[in-house]
Each structure stands twice: as structure tokens, then as C-alpha cells.
Design a protein around this ligand. Structure first.
Ligand SMILES: [Ca+2]
Length: 196
């Protein structure tokens, strides 16, 4: 909050100073005043745009910090567990609205980190959604970006649901192994956020 306040303060001061300078230059010489005003307007626009980009970058950074503080940080990712259960699509949309996606475990380290965080943040919850599905082509599992996944962690005899089950669950009782499930099932979930 303090950072955002500071940036807005700088923005206001810069705008004020630019207005004053622009006004002074008008009084000094009328011959070049029009051109100067135009140049100043251009400068001002560039500066405002630059500051606006900085404000937005800070806002994103602040949102990410909040997420990481509320959830947990692992390597270049932050995880945040849901407070409610949702269908797969709604769960992913909720993660997107917060600036992330459903979690996608990429290796055994991330799987272990998720097992620990899941036990802590979702006590008594056995399984939660991960951002992997085979909705488009049966048997071809992709992440929520539509990219084919290289790390697969299926539980024994999984996936087994055929065309009926196209979304993937992370199972605590199976040590983080996956199983396929009907996408419209209501499940808890964990969102992941990539740290730039
Ligand atoms: Ca399927």
C-alpha cells in the first residue's frame, strides 16, 4: 500500500512540475511557445505512460507478495490453496482471476512441496485439482495453457475414466500421484503463481 501511495505521489508531483515548466516556457518566449508546448505535451504523455506502467508493475508485484505470504513459496512459484470446492473450470477461472492458474506439478520436487503444502493448508482433504486435462483429445493430457506435459505422475491403473473423466486430481493418499476425474466434480484446488 505504501509503495502504491508513493508512486501516485510521484505521479502527481511530476504532473504538477511539468505543468509549471510548461507554463513558464510559454511566458518566456511566445515565438517558440507553441512548439515547446507540443514537445512538453509529448514528454508529459511519455512520462505519464512510463509511470503508469510502473504503477501497474508495482500493483502486480504487491498482489504476488500477498499471495506468497498467504500461501507458500517454492523455488520460482507461489502456491495458494482454495477455501472452497469448485468444478475444474471454475477453479481454474478463479486462479486466473488472481493472476495464476491451477497448479501444474512439473517434477517430483514440486510434487513433494505440494504434498506438504496441501497437508498444511487443506487438512483432511485427500484430493485437489491440478491444471491438467484431456478434454480436447481423449488420452492426450495437456496443461491449462494447452501445452503437452512431459512430467506424468499417474497412480496405478490411472487414468481409467476414458471420455467421461477428463480432469486430473492430485491424491494425498497416493503420495501425490494422479487420477482422472469428472470435470464437473466439486473439489478443492491449489493455484500457482510464477515469480518473474
Ligand atoms: Ca479422459
Amino acid at each position: 500500500m505504501a509503495k502504491r501511495g508513493l508512486v501516485i505521489c510521484i505521479l502527481v508531483i511530476t504532473l504538477f512540475l511539468d505543468q509549471t515548466t510548461s507554463h513558464t516556457s510559454k511566458l518566456k518566449g511566445r515565438k517558440h511557445s507553441k512548439r515547446r508546448v507540443k514537445e512538453k505535451d509529448g514528454d508529459l504523455k511519455t512520462q505519464v505512460e512510463k509511470l503508469w506502467r510502473e504503477v501497474n508493475a508495482l500493483k502486480e508485484m504487491q498482489a504476488l507478495q500477498t499471495v506468497c505470504l498467504r500461501g507458500t513459496k517454492f523455488h520460482k512459484k507461489c502456491y495458494l490453496a482454495s477455501e472452497v470446492s469448485k468444478h475444474f473450470h471454475e477453479a481454474n477461472e478463479d486462479c486466473i482471476s488472481k493472476g495464476g492458474t491451477l497448479v501444474i506439478p512439473r517434477n517430483s520436487d514440486e510434487t513433494n512441496a505440494l504434498r506438504d503444502y496441501g497437508k498444511k493448508s487443506l487438512p483432511g482433504v485427500n484430493d485437489f485439482w491440478v491444471g491438467i486435462n484431456d478434454m480436447v483429445t481423449e488420452g492426450k493430457f495437456v496443461d491449462v495453457h494447452g501445452t503437452a506435459i512431459s512430467f506424468l505422475n499417474w497412480d496405478r491403473a490411472q487414468p481409467s475414466g476414458g471420455k467421461r473423466e477428463n480432469c486430473v486430481l492430485f491424491s494425498q493418499s497416493a503420495q501425490g500421484k494422479w487420477s482422472d476425474e469428472v470435470c464437473r466434480s466439486s473439489k478443492r484446488y491449489i493455484c500457482e503463481f510464477t515469480i518473474p
